[in-house]
Design a protein around this ligand. Structure first.
Ligand code: AMP
Ligand code: ZN
Ligand code: ZN
Length: 422
């Protein structure tokens, strides 16, 4: 075995590193008013589409370690619609979609006369004008802390004139290891440059879930890959003596439910598709009638047992989906496992394939739509398992842990206090 610094075993080398890191890490750093404070970083990690029950599906040694010495909720309950962007923005702003403005992954804004869409290279994602509420990285930067993001939906946008001190434009090809190593690199920064808020994001379980379904063998491999990835972070933190010193918040945005080609609601059975503009399709149809709203509404309402249809302002209160200009005049909501489409679309090219995997977006009340929440570190109880919480409460919780004054939001610290030591 190769030896360095005359230290015979890797474990001892690590021990020396830990001691050095420990002292370096807790070197006091100057705050705004010139006084000195010690700040404990918080690492927010999202695993897209990681359903609440995935921990129990396969061996997850590293997740188990985090959970056993941390605090876990039975579920992280998403907001409506249970899509990626609305939920990621709710997690970091504490606001429901009708308040933060990202009411879907695909939207049309009548004032901008522009459309919003997600995915690599999306220009609107990077345009701060779409975001109505303050994400925690803006709160942190405004209050003299540093935020650094190794991906998070919208963290590449300048919001309210502010960006994270360091951030990356979304690029799904960056390896999982590189994302973890970037976090560790930031933690190695000298005290005065080190971030207090760090985020990262992985789409892996979402992609596998969509393609193969939440009960497939393939999803087990994806869960395993995420377990290995979190293991790399745990190891990197341990080597630095930081595993118990930093706070980790592991979340997902929603769950996943299987869909079937024989469970499609064909809108063209009920309306002429030339009479509407479809802003979004499935499982939430966002419908803009070109002429007569009432006519389209009455033609779609109560026609299919697996589709609920609402006029703007009339969606169930618990959806918090009534009051934004980007909400279209008619919204169609498919029941779990059902999809909304047209005969023409299904008959074209390979479109049918996408209706035989799994999806999300449904009513957050379905168990299948629930995600995960695990907190680990000095702020969190150890070995604690608690009830499910709605994701709008996490902004207040993270602000409290970081000593930040939260911006206006829809959450409350009381809802997450059960997971915290204080
Ligand atoms: P969904 O369609 O709701 O399953 O959303 C998942 C997809 O969101 C991922 O596969 C990515 O393509 C996309 N995505 C995630 N983060 C970003 C980002 N920061 N910018 C643009 N697209 C993103
Ligand atoms: Zn997602
Ligand atoms: Zn997805």
């Amino acid at each position: 075995m190769k030896t360095e610094f005359n230290v015979p075993k890797p474990v001892n080398r690590r021990f020396v590193l830990s001691i050095i890191s420990f002292f370096l890490f807790f070197t006091a750093c100057p705050s705004d008013n010139g006084s000195t404070t010690t700040k404990t970083p918080l690492i927010l990690i999202s695993m897209d589409g990681f359903r609440w029950d995935y921990f129990n599906k396969t061996e997850t040694t590293n997740f188990d370690e985090l959970i056993q010495s941390g605090s876990k909720a039975n579920a992280l309950i998403p907001v409506f619609p249970t899509k990626t962007f609305p939920n990621h923005i709710s997690i970091v702003t504490g606001r429901y979609p009708e308040n933060h403005g990202i009411i879907a992954n695909r939207m049309y804004d009548p004032v901008f006369d522009e459309s919003y869409y997600i995915g690599e290279g999306s220009a609107p994602v990077r345009d701060g004008k779409w975001y109505d509420s303050e994400p925690i990285w803006v709160t942190a930067e405004k209050q003299g802390q540093k935020a650094m993001t190794m991906f998070w939906p919208a963290s590449e946008a300048e919001i309210m004139g502010i960006r994270p001190s360091e951030y990356f434009v979304y690029d799904g090809s960056v390896s999982h290891n590189d994302r973890i190593d970037q976090i560790l690199k930031w933690l190695d920064y000298p005290a005065e440059e080190r971030p207090t808020f760090i985020s990262t994001y992985f789409s892996h379980t979402d992609s596998y879930g969509h393609q193969y379904g939440p009960d497939s063998d393939e999803i087990l491999k994806a869960i395993g890959e995420m377990d290995r990835t979190i293991g790399r972070l745990i190891f990197g933190l341990k080597v630095r003596g930081l595993f118990d010193k930093v706070n980790i918040v592991l979340v997902s945005d929603h769950g996943m439910a299987s869909v079937h080609l024989d469970s499609i609601i064909y809108l063209d059975d009920y309306i002429n598709m030339d009479d509407v503009y479809m802003v979004d399709w499935t499982p939430i149809g966002s419908i803009s009638p070109l002429n007569n709203v009432d006519e389209i509404y009455s033609k779609l309402k109560n026609v299919h047992p697996n589709m609920s249809v609402y006029k703007k302002g009339e969606a169930p209160e618990r959806y918090h989906y009534r009051n934004h200009r980007r909400i279209q005049p008619v919204t169609a909501v498919a029941r779990e496992h059902w999809s909304i489409s047209t005969h023409e679309y299904i008959a074209t090219d390979d479109h049918a394939e996408g209706f035989n995997g799994a999806t999300h977006g449904y009513d957050p009340a379905y168990k299948s739509m629930r995600g995960i929440f695990v907190g680990h570190g000095p702020a969190f109880k150890s070995g604690f398992s608690g009830p499910g919480i709605t994701n709008v409460h996490l902004y207040e919780m993270m602000c409290s842990i970081l000593g930040l004054n939260p911006a206006k939001n829809d959450g409350s610290l009381d809802s997450s206090r059960v997971f915290l030591i204080n």
